[in-house]
Every structure is written in C-alpha cells, then in structure tokens.
Design a protein around this ligand. Structure first.
Ligand code: CP
Ligand code: NVA
Length: 312
C-alpha cells in the first residue's frame, strides 16, 4: 500500500500543504449543521482503523482524532503507554510492527521525536505526529485554518509568536516556509527555537523576523500566538526560572492593541495570567475554541492524505 507519513510540515511540498488546508476548509463546510457523531456521506475511511498511542496526556488531540476518524467512517483504538507493554520497556520497533498488524494508520503523542521516527521506520502503516517535544504539526494546520477563517488568506499577513521557542513554534516555523506569511518571533534569549530549524526555514524562503521585544513582534500583526511556559517534556523544576524569563512576554491587551485588529491564538491548555492575560484569552479577539474545533477538520484532511484517499 502506498502511503504518506505526517511527521513534520517541512516534509510537505507547498502544493501538498495548500491542498491539506483547502481540504480541511471543505470538510468543515460540508458538515455544517450536522450532529457531531454523523458519518460524512462519502465515508472515505470506512473499514480503516486508527491506533492512537499516548505516552503524554491529551484532551484535544485524543477527542479530535477519535471523532474525526469516526466521521470519516473509520474505527479508533486508543493505547495509553502506561497500560501497555511499552510502559514495561517493549521496544518501539516491535510495537510498531505489532500495531501495523492491527491498524491501518497510527497517531503517536510522545516526548522524544525519535520514538516517532522509530515507529515510522519499523512500522508498515502511515504514522501521524500528535505532538513530540520537537514539534506539533497537526496543531499548526488547525491554526492556519483558523487564521484563514478569521483573517482571510495567509499571503502577506503577519503572525507574531511570543514566549517559548518550543514544539508549537517549531511547526509554525516549518509552516512559514510553506505559506507566504511573515512570522515575527519574540522569545527570551535562553528560550529561542532551535537555530537549525530557523536556518532551514530561512534557506527555503520563509519570511521570519526575530524581534528584540514583544512590542516589535506584535506591531501590525494580524494574529498573536503564545503557548504555555512549561511544556510537557520540560523539566518542571525549571518553572520558576521560566516564569521570570517569560514574564515580559505575557500577551496583554496593551500588546494586542498594537496589532492590526489581531486575533489571539493558543493551542491550549492555557494558564491565565501567566502566558496570557485573562482579558485577552477570554476577550473578543480570542479564537481559541475555533482552533480546538479545527483540530478535527484539519486532522480529517491529514488522515485521508496519509491514506491516499483524499478526494475519493
Ligand atoms: N493543543 C493540544 O494538542 O491539546 P491536547 O494536549 O489537549 O491534545
Ligand atoms: N507546548 C505544549 C503544547 C501542548 C499542546 C507542550 O508540549 O506541552
């Protein structure tokens, strides 16, 4: 069977990325008003089974993949690492080969990115990155979709990222090389995204501006994005150091007002009065729940893309 993994956005061509986004928009429009549990009329993944492996917690990724797969006509199986032999040290290589005998496609949420690539190497089914310590491409596809719903096509627009140079930002940087938007980044010096990721994106034509202050990044931005200050794969003991370094990067209303009628995005879970002021995340510029919903629509496009059934 020919298939495509979905490990990182920089594995895609510009045409594939645009096609995924268009498909996500279309899939959402096609089911407007339908009860959430209704199967799509074309049921493109009828008979297919998705295995989801979680070795980190999740609310949105779990629900959105589960519902999305069912809407596509398929089945889902959820594996929590602690309750499986993976938790007792069974290798990812053996696990991938076993899961490949039971499922047609797999989604992994894990810490080390290598676990995901190990699965892809040894399994014989497509694998989707449901977040690693390195990247979170499903989130960014949903975020780009949300952006376009509220602000129109990405071309020529400015998106500002404030705070941690983490996994979500890495996928935004990958996206900047695929779509023609400007990404303005303001991160504390000790928490910059990996230089190799920036260099690769810049070399492929991404428009990325590294800004010295949050004010510089948000000025003229159509969208302001942030994320938590301590990610799941970070050492919790660094929380205090992080809180101190990130405090000037909190998304406040004053910063939002420097944007161009900017929307506010956050992948969630969020911590009010840490990375974002409550009045911003709970205010009229916030589109956080559209982002959460769009995980489902975007991932349906990803699932069909991986199984080569897009358009069928
Ligand atoms: N944004 C996101 O991936 O949420 P979960 O951790 O709840 O899946
Ligand atoms: N950066 C966060 C994203 C959570 C969805 C983390 O990795 O914990």
């Amino acid at each position: 069977m020919s298939y495509q993994n979905f490990i990182d956005l920089n594995d895609l061509t510009k045409a594939q990325a645009r096609q995924l986004l268009d498909d996500a928009h279309q899939r959402k429009a096609a089911r407007a008003g339908l009860p959430k549990g209704t199967v799509d009329p074309d049921a493109p993944l009828r008979g297919y089974a998705l295995a989801m492996v979680f070795d980190k917690p999740s609310t949105r990724t779990r629900l959105s993949f589960d519902l999305g797969m069912r809407q596509l006509g398929g089945e889902t199986m959820i594996i929590n690492q602690a309750e499986t032999q993976l938790g007792r040290g069974e290798s990812m290589s053996d696990t991938a080969q076993v899961i490949s005998r039971f499922a047609d496609i797999a989604m992994l949420r894990t810490g080390p990115h290598e676990k995901l690539t190990e699965f892809a190497k040894h399994g014989s089914i497509p694998v989707i990155n449901g977040l690693t310590a390195f990247s979170h491409p499903c989130q960014i596809l949903a975020d780009l979709m949300t952006f376009e719903e509220h602000k129109g096509r990405l071309n020529g627009q400015r998106i500002a990222w404030l705070g941690d140079g983490n996994n979500v930002l890495v996928s935004f940087i990958h996206a900047a090389a695929l779509f023609d938007f400007e990404l303005a980044i303001a991160c504390p010096p000790d928490f910059m995204p990996p230089q190799a990721v920036l260099d690769e994106a810049l070399a492929s034509g991404a428009r990325i501006v590294v800004c010295a202050t949050p004010e510089a990044a948000v000025t003229g931005a159509a969208c302001v994005v942030t994320d938590c200050w301590v990610s799941m794969s970070d050492d919790p003991a660094t929380a205090q150091k992080r809180a101190k370094a990130f405090a000037p990067y909190q998304v406040t209303q004053k910063l939002m007002d420097l944007g161009d009628a900017a929307i506010f995005m956050h992948c969630l879970p969020a911590y009010r009065e840490s990375e974002v002021a409550a009045e911003v995340i709970d205010g009229p510029q916030s589109v956080i729940f559209d982002e959460a919903e769009n995980r489902c629509h975007a991932q349906k496009a990803i699932l069909t893309f991986c199984l080569n059934t897009a358009g069928k």
